[in-house]
Design a protein around this ligand. Structure first.
Ligand code: UD1
Length: 353
């Protein structure tokens, strides 16, 4: 049983489902309902060719405790009714940790895809989710070698961890030919040279003082290059009220589907983001990524790929460096980000069932 719920889960689960399907494993896909807007969820199922969820728990939004508790209550009923041999969870969202907790208490084995990533920043809800999920998981699938080091340090038995590569990149490589940002380019009226920005971390958008500094830095970016910013529901009102979109070269859009978003990213000059997954996608696409965060749980995107950590104070200088070619940025794709991670995961899962 696969448990998903939030936007970043879907491109990670898709290749694992497909690879297990090929091996004839009986599977159920559960959607907790953490993300429920059509442009945060449905569009991904369509774009990725995912089967409709067998079950949508319809949990929706709430505080962390309210949302996680509602997921756990509904997941417990589901696990008891279906008695899966293995629960697969993805990434670091609340749906991930909720499913791992319920599985552990019911004595059902749990596999964590994207295990061992650490920002070491406990102010991030995702860091709490990552550490707890890994502690509760029986099988840990790592996307990068540093993750294995973290898990070993935390006492995880080496027999339970597997370096399999990055299933989100399987999806990217499979669908790359179909990436297409042209509708958005036309509707927004973007010139050939443009940047893509995304912003949704609580640490950035929930705190008014932090948001003010970011808005100033993004305006400075838009002074240099047109910026298209698909606006995540978190922080939507605050961003709109900040006056950011009064800048003539700063263009807001609704959240975009997978193929449109990566179509825009692929053809962009640079990306400014606080997302986790986009740091990895830009690395594979070879697009410079300036990450507005004090740390990253994905350091391989810096050591190998195109990622740089920036602050609101240093963003404009980095944008200048990318635009004038003076900022040296990596161009290596990390080991095993080769499109076969789902196959590796499925091979190991089948051995364990
Ligand atoms: C969640 C993940 C985050 C991930 C992000 C990707 C957690 C703790 N965080 O953050 O790691 O990077 O997804 O998108 O799980 N909302 C809508 N429509 C929706 C979903 C949410 O309007 O379909 C609004 C609601 O006001 C909600 C807010 O967005 O309260 C936040 O949603 P939530 O699921 O709590 O977390 P995200 O910020 O989306």
């Amino acid at each position: 049983m696969h448990v998903t719920g939030a936007r970043p889960n879907f491109p990670k689960a898709a290749p694992v489902l497909a690879a297990l399907e090929k091996r004839g494993v009986r599977q159920l896909l559960v959607h907790t309902g953490q993300h429920y807007d059509a442009n945060m969820s449905e569009v991904f199922f369509r774009d990725l060719g995912l089967p409709a969820p067998d079950l949508n728990l319809g949990v929706g939004s709430g505080s962390h405790a309210v949302q996680t508790a509602a997921m756990m209550t509904a997941l417990e009923e589901t696990f008891l009714a279906e008695r899966p041999d293995l629960v697969l969870v993805y990434g670091d969202v609340n749906s991930t940790v909720a499913a791992a907790l319920v599985a552990a208490k019911l004595g059902i084995r749990c596999a964590h895809v994207e295990a061992g990533l650490r920002s070491f920043d406990w102010s991030m809800p995702e860091e709490v989710n990552r550490v707890v999920t890994d502690r509760l998981s029986d099988l840990l699938f790592a996307t990068s070698a540093d993750a294995l080091v973290h898990l070993a340090r935390e006492g995880v038995d080496p027999d339970r961890m597997h370096f399999v590569g990055n299933p989100m990149i399987d999806t990217l490589l499979r669908l790359r030919d179909r990436f297409d940002g042209s509708r958005v380019v036309a509707e927004v009226g973007l010139p050939d040279e443009y940047a893509v920005a995304t912003l949704h971390r609580p640490g950035n958008v929930d705190d008014p003082a932090a948001l003010d500094r970011l808005v100033a830095a993004l305006r400075a970016t838009a002074d240099r290059i047109d910026v298209v910013l698909p606006v995540h529901p978190r922080g939507r009102e605050r961003l709109a009220a900040s006056g950011l979109f009064d800048h003539p070269r700063m263009h807001a859009t609704e959240p975009l589907g997978y193929l449109e978003f990566l179509g825009l990213v692929e053809k962009s000059r640079l990306v400014v983001t606080d997302s986790g997954g986009i740091q990895e996608e830009t690395t594979v696409l070879g697009v410079p990524c300036l990450t507005l965060r004090p740390n990253t749980e994905r350091p391989v995107t810096i050591t190998h790929g195109t990622n740089r950590l920036v602050t609101p104070d240093t963003l404009a200088d980095h944008v200048d460096g990318v635009l004038d070619g003076t900022l040296a940025i990596g161009d290596q794709v990390p080991p095993l980000w080769d499109g076969a991670a789902g196959e590796r995961i499925a091979g190991i899962v089948v051995d364990q069932l």
